[in-house]
Ligand binder design. Sequence first.
Ligand SMILES: Cc1cc2nc3c(=O)[nH]c(=O)nc-3n(C[C@H](O)[C@H](O)[C@H](O)COP(=O)(O)OP(=O)(O)OC[C@H]3O[C@@H](n4cnc5c(N)ncnc54)[C@H](O)[C@@H]3O)c2cc1C
Length: 270
Amino acid sequence: MMVLILNEYVNPKSIEEAYSLFLENRKNYIKGGGAWLKLTIKSAEKLISLDNFNLDKIIVNDDLIEIGSMATLRQIETNRDIANLYNGILSKACHNIMGINVRNIATIGGTVMARLAFSDIYPALLVMDTTLVFYKLGEISLVDFIKNPTKERDILLSVKIKRKEGIGFYKKVATTALDFSIINFAIVKVENKYMISVGSTPYIASLAYNAMEFLNKQSKITSLEIDEAINILLDEIKVSSNTRSSKDYRIGLVKTYIKRGIKKVNADAS
Ligand SMILES: Cc1cc2nc3c(=O)[nH]c(=O)nc-3n(C[C@H](O)[C@H](O)[C@H](O)COP(=O)(O)OP(=O)(O)OC[C@H]3O[C@@H](n4cnc5c(N)ncnc54)[C@H](O)[C@@H]3O)c2cc1C
């Protein structure tokens, strides 16, 4: 097991102080839950805690759910309002990650900032029109954050999800319950429009814009339209092999679960 050699653990009094410390040295890290950091880095000069800033709250308004960056995956999984949003796709995505011990530690902030290609959370967040609130940068969409990785360092304060009425479908495919995803999917139907996201292809999750546009133009969705949407999706989303799965197997999973997901959201919506 890798041991993290740490020079100093700091508990700043303000976010500005945390931010300044973060910028001081490339070997200073913001700590979310620290679960991923501990697995992936060998040494740190300073580990900067965000514990003083009340960032672990989940605030629910009529039209918005704002999840503080220090909220754990377990808090999200067990939050009733999140469970009621799009058939609980985000709760399901959290539930599928390791055991409760890891989910009690891992935070949404660390999850977003780690940019994991196999992330089970990104597909669910992407289809829910999620935005991220950063200390310096302000609010940006998750789509932009994923598409345009910047070298600038910032502190994620919260994750905002619009609260809309809609139907959702979520699926993680993995060899065993504790494994990383071979592939994962999220689909929602909201205001009669589809949002579709695929992750761990093995590349980082993205929305299937062309497939969504095609489906959203159709007056009727039968198996023919779904098959055509899947072909379009496979043209726009790159799928490859890695140690977890072959490209062909992933393509087979796309065909099965996108079809199943669209049928499910249509059936539940009617
Ligand atoms: C054993 C294990 C198995 C896992 N299995 C899965 C899995 O199957 N599927 C899955 O989707 N995920 C999995 N994960 C990842 C997990 O779900 C979290 O996404 C991951 O642990 C990151 O969350 P954290 O709070 O631990 O982040 P940390 O380790 O604290 O931080 C991760 C990165 O984000 C930065 N960071 C943290 N918070 C902030 C912030 N507020 N602002 C700016 N930067 C920040 C840190 O500096 C670091 O670079 C697994 C993790 C572990 C440890």
